[in-house]
Design a protein around this ligand. Sequence first.
Ligand code: GLA
Length: 695
Amino acid sequence: MPIHTSPTSWVIETKNTGYAIGLNEAGLLTHRYWRARLPFAADYPAPVNPIERSSFDMPQHYTPEEYPGYSALRYFDPALKITFADGTRDLVLHYVDFSTSASPYPELALHLKDEAYPLSVTLHYRVHEEYDLIARWVTLENLGNEPILIERAFSAKWTLPHGDDYFFSHMFGRHNNEYNMKREVLTPGLKTIESRRLTTSHHHTPWFAIDRNATEDSGEVWFGTFAWSGNWKITAEVTEFASTRISVGLNDWDFAWKLNPAETFVTPESISGYVKDGFGAASRLMHDYVRNILLPHKNQLHKVLYNSWEATLFDVDEISQSKLAEVAAGMGIELFVMDDGWFHNRNLDNAGLGDWFPDKTKFPNGLGGLIKNVNALGMDFGLWVEPEMVNPDSDLYRAHPDWVIHFPSRARTEARRQLILNLGRTDVQEYIISVLTTILSENNIQFIKWDMNRNVSEPGWSDAPGDARELWVRYVQGLYHVWGTLRERFPNVIWQSCSGGGGRADFGILHFADQIWISDNTEATARLSIQEGFSQFLPANTMEAWVTDWGRNVVPLEFRFHVSMCGSLGVGGNLNEWDQADRELAAHCIRLYKEIRPIIQFGDQYRLISPQKSMFSAVQYVSKDQSEAVLFVFRVYLSDPTNLPMIHLRGLNPTALYEVDGYSGPRSGASWMEAGLRVELKNLQSKILKIKQVE
Ligand code: GLA
C-alpha cells in the first residue's frame, strides 16, 4: 500500500512522487512535501511550526495547512467557509483520526471536526500510483440538529514547495476558439480562473500547471484538473514569505448549500500530479489515466464517423440522409451520425427542442427506415440530442413552462431561442430519462452526441429543496444522474459530450461520455492549435475531429484530413459536392487512418513543435511498446525563402533501429531524436510519416 501512516503523519507515494502531511506542534494538519519520491518514509520533512513575526503576521496565517477553513487569523483564500445556525462564521477544525482502504485504489481519509460545532470534515486521497496522480475530495457531514450553511467547499488546496518564483499555465478561449494556452509569471495576490456559466465553459478550462523553468520535455511541473461539469474555480495564490498554493473546487460565486442535520455533502474530485520532465510528461500521465481509469469504454477504438451538420444543417430526412450514407460507406466510414433537425417541428433553431420524437414530415416511418439503410451499408447509426434544452415553441414548454431555470418576476432571456430545463428537478430528470429510453430502446442506435447550446441566465429556482443557490450543483448532479441511468440501461452506446463544441470537456463528463466534440471551429489551420491545447489534459481518442468544407478553397483536402487524423477521425463535409478525386483521396486517408489509429488513439503523444507558437508544427504518437510511431507535420503559411526547423522525434527506444517513411536506411532511436530529421513542405502542405522499429 503506497500510504505510510503514523498517529501524526501520513505519506502518500506514487511511482515517482511523494506527498506528505502531518500534525505540527500546534496540532494543525500541515502540508509537508510534494515532489519526487524519496527513498524512505522518514526522509520526508517534518511539519513546519511558523513563528509569530508580528501581531499582523501570526503563525496560523503562515502554516501551510492542508485544508484551511476561514477562521481566526487566516487571511489567505480559505478552502472552506461555513456559517453555523447561530450565525458564527468561524471554523476551528481539529484532527480526529484517519482511516485507509485498498480497493479499488488505495485511499486515505483524514477526519477533522469543528472543536465546538457538529460539523465533520473528511479529506479524501485516492492514489493512482501508476499515473503519479492523487485525487482529492472532501465530505462534510452535519452531526447536529440544526442546518449548517456551506458557502465554499473546495475539493483541495495544493501547496507547492516554498517559493514565489513560479509560472502559472492555464487555457482560455471562447466558442470557436477553445484551449489557448497561456503561461504567465505568478505574482503576489490571487489569480483566478473559473466558470460561472453552469457548464465547464469554452472560456476557461479546469486545468492548471505550475512550473519554474519547465519546457515540453524538461523541468518540474505540478498540474491538475477538476472532475466537474458545472461552475468551477481554480485559484493560484502567492502570499508573503514565499508561500504558493492552488485551490481547486466548486465555484463559490453565488453558491450556498444548506446542509441539514444528518446530511452529507461530497465535493467532486480534484486530480493532480507532479512530474520532473516537462509539460509533455504531465499530459501523457493524464492521457493514460483518462484512457485506463476514467472512460466508460476503456481501450475501445473509435470508429470513423460521418456527420452532415455542416453540410445540411437542419435539412435532414430519410431520403437525403440515406443518400449521404451511401457515399460515406463507399469511403470507408463506419458510423453514420444524424445531427440536429430530425425531431418534431425542427426546421430551424427556433422550435422543437424538448419534443424528442421523429418529425413526421421528414421521417414518416420513424427513424427505423434510415437506420435500416445505414446498417445495410455496414455502418452503425448515431443520433444528436440536446436533452437539457427547450424551445419556447415546443409542446414540452407549453405543457411545463415552470420546468426551466428562471426567476418568476423576470423575463426569461433566450439564447439561440432556447431556455434551459432545470435538471436539478426530479420531474425533469425523469422526463429526459424516459424520452431517451424510448428512443434508444426502439431504435438500433450505437452512438449519441449530447449537446448543450447555451449558458445560463436568471439562475432562479423558486421551489428549490434547500437554498436556491444550490442550483449550480444540483443541476450537474441531476445531469450525472440522468446520463448515468441511461449509460446503465444502454451500456454499449458510445456517448459524445458537446456544448457548442468544447463547452463541456472535463474529467467529470468522461465518466459518461467517451468522446468530446472539442470545437465548432472545423477550419483545419485553426483546429491545429485548438487540438494541441486540448491535448494538454485529454488524449487523442477522446477528441472527435471532422474533415469539413470549411476553408476548402484554400486548404487542401489532404491537409484537412491529416489534421483530423490526429484525433478520432470523422468527416463532416457535404459529400454530394465531393468529386470522384475527393472521394478517392478520402477513402485513401480513411484506410491509412484505420491502419495507424491504434497508435494515435492509444499511444503516447509528443508535441514536437507547437502550432500555438509556430506556423510549422509537428506532433508524434508512439505505440506503448515503442515499436511503431506516426509523425504528423504541418506547414500553414511561412513566407519564402524560409528555414524549416529540424524535427527531433521523441519517445523512441534510443538503442533500437527505426525506419522512417521516405528516409533512407534505418537509424537508431537516439539518432532520430538527437540528430532529428528535416521535412520539406510547401505552404499548406502536410505529411504523415510512419516510423517502424526494424531491429
Ligand atoms: C452545436 C454543435 C454542432 C451541431 C449544432 C446543431 O453547435 O456543436 O456540432 O450539432 O449544435 O444544432
